[in-house]
Structure formats: C-alpha cells, structure tokens
Design a binder for this molecule. Structure first.
Ligand SMILES: [Zn+2]
Ligand SMILES: [Zn+2]
Ligand SMILES: [Zn+2]
Length: 322
C-alpha cells in the first residue's frame, strides 16, 4: 500500500514537472532583442511555426514506464533550466518519448541527453521527412491539377492546410484499369494522422483508396529491408521460395502458390518464437514482395511511423499497404 502511495506521488510529481515544462515552453520571448517586449507567442502560434525538430528518447529497457523516462529527463537533462523549450511531448510505446523543439534547441537537447542519459537510453534526432500517401482510383478524365484541386476541396475536413502544404510527387496510370489513375502526395503529420481514421477519399465521384507510401528498400540478394544488393554481405535467399539462391536461379513453378515462402516473415517468426511472443499470427506463405500480407514489411512500416513520424500504430492498423 505504501508502495502504491509512493507510486501515485511519483506520478503526480512527474505530471507537475511536465506541466512546468510545457508552460515554460510557451514562453519564447527573445532575450536578445530587448527593444521588443511582449513578443510571446501563444502556444498555438508556436505549434504552427515550421521550425520543428523532434528528439526521441527511448529506454534500453523496453519494460520501463514513460513516467520514469520523463522523470529521468527532467532530473538529468533539465530542459527547463537548460533553456530548451519543449513544444510538445508525445509518449510512444516501450517507455519512450518524442520531444518537439525548434531545430537549434533540439540539437542542444540531443547532446545534453547523450551526455547524461546514453547509458540507459537510445537518443536520436528524427529526420524531417514528411509522410507520403498513395491515392488510387482518381478518374482518368482528370489531369493532375484538377485531381489535386478536387482532392483538397472535396476532402477539406482532412486536408486542412494550404494547398502548398501538399506536394504531388507522382501522377500516373494504373496497370490493370485504364479508367483510373493514381498519385503520390506528400502530406503534413496532422493530415497523415487524420487519414488514419478514414476508409478512402472522394475525388470527383470516385471513392479512392489510400495507402501508406513509405519508401522502404528491399535487397534483391538477401531480401532484408533497408539496404541494397550492392552493399549486401549476406547470403542470397529466394524472394519466391526462401531457398538459398536468388530468384533468377529458382527452378520452382512460380504458378504454384503453395511453394511461396517469405524469408523475412520466417525470420520474424523464429525471432518471436524464441522470445515467447505470439508467433502464430505470422504467416510465411507468401512471396517476399507481397507486402499487403507481409508481417515483416508491416513491422518495418510501423517502426518508421513511430520513429520517423512519431506516430504509434499497431501493425496493420495504419492505412493499407501496396
Ligand atoms: Zn542483402
Ligand atoms: Zn527459390
Ligand atoms: Zn513476409
């Protein structure tokens, strides 16, 4: 009971710290320009400023609570007194937090955290890449300008920013249906989050599907993610049957679906089995490139969402995959 009481006290304390941290972050009066007084921006103004950088601080012990992490940050890095104004704090799973500050202060925060916390924490600055989505089903009679115009106008509850916030990176036809087109659009994080809750988007009178379009590289020699064949030191594996050869040397009948085996899911299943996790849900009976059913690929996407964009999502929970 005493123990529980103490726990509650700690929780309360870390919340007070957090409130202090946040209220401090609102005060961004510029000490260098003494002629300008009252230049405090509101919290909303600050959130809108584009100069944002994120630092992720994640405990090496994944069972640690977020509150312990926050407490450690306050006690050892002490952003408030180090003049690092934290604009927002987001908890992620496995006890980590993502702190948003302006770029310069994020650098400072990162180096302070590396100095004081690196024994027990993994500390990284998140890159400033924007999420991308692929929209499939745009009516073929529309050109790019018309399609993007309709997309933003017809779905203005999702796309709340200015038209210039959404960059169309690619606009092209689909392989199987000449009546529809597709495009890749760069979006801001708020829109990306909103897209999580919808089934599709209306463009003209077509209801279009939305997919994550995170560009994940897969090695054509070993099939692992995040490197390419040129730099691969692993043994070759087959992307069709998971055998010890590259796909061009595979002698199996490619039309026989029963022979398909995904090397990445096999490895994942092995790993989950050895760590007593629920490995039964991982199905290996697909080719390595069939991302829509590949748990290993979806795991990579979840990791990117979490660590690059700071969005926590359960595997398969986020949009569709292509
Ligand atoms: Zn490789
Ligand atoms: Zn093979
Ligand atoms: Zn797979």
């Amino acid at each position: 009971m005493a123990c529980l009481k103490q726990e509650v006290e700690t929780l309360k304390l870390s919340n007070i710290d957090l409130v202090k941290l946040m209220s401090n972050s609102v005060d961004i009066s510029n000490p260098r320009s003494s002629t300008v007084t009252n230049t405090k921006l509101s919290y909303a103004d600050m959130s809108r400023t584009k100069d944002n950088a994120k630092v992720i601080i994640k405990p090496k012990n994944s069972k640690q609570s977020v509150n312990k992490t926050k407490g450690d940050i306050i006690n050892s890095v002490d952003p408030v007194n180090a003049d690092v104004k934290v604009k927002s704090v987001k908890s992620i799973s496995s006890g980590g937090v993502i702190l948003t500050c302006c770029t310069k202060e994020a650098e400072k925060l990162k180096s302070l955290a590396c100095d004081k916390l690196s024994d027990n924490y993994e500390i990284r600055k998140l890159t400033n890449i924007k999420p991308q989505i692929r929209i499939v089903g745009i009516p073929a009679y529309m050109d790019q300008t018309a399609a993007i115009h309709s997309l933003l106008r017809q779905n203005d509850t999702i796309f709340k920013g200015n038209a210039s916030d959404y960059k169309c990176l690619k606009f092209w036809g689909t392989k199987y249906n000449k009546d529809i087109l597709q495009c890749i659009i760069e979006v801001d994080l708020d829109t990306y989050r909103e897209l999580k809750s919808i089934d599709g988007l209306l463009i003209g009178l077509n209801f279009c599907s939305v997919y994550d379009d995170v560009n994940v590289r897969r090695c054509f020699k070993c099939n692992a993610f995040n490197h390419v064949k040129k730099y691969c030191k692993n043994k070759a594996t087959c992307s069709f049957c998971a055998g010890p050869h590259e796909i061009q040397d595979c002698t199996l009948d490619k039309s026989n679906k029963d022979l398909k085996k995904c090397i990445n899911c096999c490895k994942l299943k092995e790993k989950e089995t050895s760590s007593d996790n629920n490995s039964n849900i991982i199905n290996c009976s697909h080719a390595t490139w069939e991302y829509n059913v590949c748990s290993a690929f979806q795991g990579v996407i979840s990791k990117i969402n979490k660590e690059v964009f700071g969005i926590d999502c359960v595997k398969g929970d986020f949009l569709g995959q292509h």
